[in-house]
Write a protein that binds this ligand. Structure first.
Ligand SMILES: [Cu+2]
Length: 75
């Protein structure tokens, strides 16, 4: 398990977080219980299994719903 910390472009309304959350819920390999989105800081945190998915795939899923990833960190 790896833990990811993503800084998104500034989110302008709470429905943005819902869109991103919905996109991340469809990804196998993300530990859904660990998923936390902060509207006020435009950040996403979660744990994921890097044998099942990759940061690249996750970032693409975020891009697909219309948001930019500014920075991501994986530990
Ligand atoms: Cu919005």
């Amino acid at each position: 398990m790896k833990s990811a910390n993503i800084q998104l472009e500034t989110l302008v309304c709470p429905s943005c977080t819902q869109k991103i959350e919905a996109a991340l819920k469809n990804i196998d390999g993300i530990d859904q219980d660990s998923l936390k989105l902060s509207f006020s800081s435009s950040k996403v945190k979660f744990d994921f299994d890097d044998n099942t998915t990759s940061m690249e795939a996750i970032e693409k899923a975020i891009n697909r719903v219309g948001f930019e990833v500014i920075k991501s960190r994986v530990k």
